[in-house]
Design a protein around this ligand. Structure first.
Ligand SMILES: C[S@@+](CC[C@H](N)C(=O)[O-])C[C@H]1O[C@@H](n2cnc3c(N)ncnc32)[C@H](O)[C@@H]1O
Length: 308
């Protein structure tokens, strides 16, 4: 099914846009020529089962990076599936992953710098409601233990949510309880693959918007931007992540001014489609099931027309 939209807005005088006097909303957005894939059909490379994770986007990323880049910057990295895929599949020589969440940061530090120790910890941990609850109580100072705690909580909490207030899964996958998403061997293999590529992956704990501004004009950099979905007053992003206040307009303006090649994902809301039109970017929708048998559309935004 094609929902009709053409972006960008034609001939809107920039000064009127700047004054906010003219905000034409696109009437139609084309559906991407690449469908969302079943996540089971692409390699799962991240140890995290990340809420808002972009495994479904991997075919779009492969198409976008068909001509490999020097450095891929991922300012809102989360589970980092795009950086991992790009480096492991030779689509980027190096990747810089950024996230503001200290628990997520600990996981990436541990995985990239102490992968063997972390894998060993995974293989020897007995997941029970008691052992996980005990782990939950204290945040360790040691980076391996902190990263390990992040991984355990991520895989035992409902929906993988790490934000304050998230609860442990009750019945788990197929009623298999708290350990239903804890696959030690699989996780250890993913950690081993990450260690093998660690010399080409860098993680930075910090503000993604600031890193985006600092790196956007560097030659050879391409940006994958997947900020929390909080535009248009939506609350989904704020429930899922401890850090979720993002100035979406600032991101669009930085990318427009820098001329960097980028790919962004957002949920389909007026604020974002208006920003797309205003900056003369291109957007397509990708439709998928949200797991509750409801069809939802996400936006894939690029500078040039790529998927329509
Ligand atoms: C939609 S998720 C990214 C998901 C990721 N693309 C994946 O496939 O797993 C957004 C991420 O942005 C992070 N975040 C929120 N505000 C941030 C900020 N100002 N700087 C860096 N990261 C931020 C959140 O912690 C969260 O991990």
């Amino acid at each position: 099914m094609k929902r009709e939209i053409t972006l960008p807005v034609i001939d809107t005088p920039p000064e009127r846009i700047a004054q906010g006097l003219f905000q034409q909303r696109p009437a139609e957005i084309a559906v991407s020529s690449i469908p969302a894939v079943n996540v089971a059909s692409v390699p799962q490379r991240s140890p995290l089962r990340y809420p808002g994770g972009k495994t479904w986007l991997v075919p779009h990323i492969r198409h976008w990076l068909a001509e490999p880049c020097g450095v891929l910057v991922e300012p809102f990295a989360g589970g980092g599936i795009v950086s991992l895929t790009a480096v492991m599949e030779g689509l980027a020589e190096r990747a810089l992953m950024v996230d503001l969440d200290r628990d997520v940061a600990a996981l990436w530090r541990a995985a990239l710098m102490h992968g063997d120790e972390l894998a060993e910890r995974v293989l020897t941990f007995d997941v029970t409601r008691e052992s996980v609850t005990e782990l939950e109580q204290h945040c360790p100072a040691c980076v391996v233990e902190h990263g390990f705690r992040t991984l355990v909580l991520n895989r035992t909490r409902r929906g993988g949510v790490l934000a304050p207030g998230a609860s442990l899964t009750r019945s788990g996958e197929n009623g298999n309880g708290i350990a239903s998403r804890w696959y030690p061997e699989t996780l250890a293999k993913r950690l081993a693959a990450i260690s093998e590529h660690a010399d080409r992956l860098t993680f930075c704990e910090g503000d993604g918007a600031a890193v985006l501004e600092m790196t956007a004009e560097i030659e050879g950099v391409r940006m994958f931007v997947d900020a929390p979905y909080t535009a248009g007053g939506k609350r989904a992003g704020s429930r899922l992540y401890a850090h979720n206040a993002v100035d979406h307009r600032r991101i669009f303006e930085t990318l427009a001014a820098a001329g960097t090649d980028f790919l962004m994902t957002y949920d389909c809301c007026d604020e974002i489609t208006e920003l797309v039109a205003e900056h003369r970017f291109h957007a397509v929708t990708v439709e998928m099931s949200n797991g509750h048998n409801t069809r939802i559309s996400e936006l894939v935004i690029t500078r040039d027309r790529l998927f329509a």
